[in-house]
Design a protein around this ligand. Structure first.
Ligand SMILES: [Ca+2]
Length: 91
């Protein structure tokens, strides 16, 4: 489940609505066809579930983002696509 918490100084608006990076990245980055994992610190954690948007991942990037317009489903994009906020789970 995805929920938002307002963070001062954090701009997550893109031309496609609210946009956030996740900790999802390709293992062994940069490696165009490697699997996606959760990268937390120096550790890689397997993704226990997926919520990719239709036809994603489309292999056009090494980082995983979510967009409000797509009900926060997942998309792969180049890691430098947008200078916006990241989301994380605490607890
Ligand atoms: Ca993509």
């Amino acid at each position: 489940m995805f929920s938002e918490t307002s963070v001062a100084g954090c701009n997550s608006l893109s031309p496609y609505g609210k946009f956030y990076w996740t900790a999802g990245k390709r293992a062994g980055d940069p490696h165009p066809q490697s699997e996606f994992v959760w990268k937390i610190g120096a550790q890689d954690y397997p993704m226990a579930f997926h919520k990719w948007y239709i036809n994603e991942p489309s292999n056009d990037g090494d980082c995983v983002n979510v967009w409000e317009i797509d009900s926060y489903s997942w998309n792969d994009l180049p890691c430098t696509s947008w200078d916006v906020c990241s989301v994380c789970e605490i607890g």
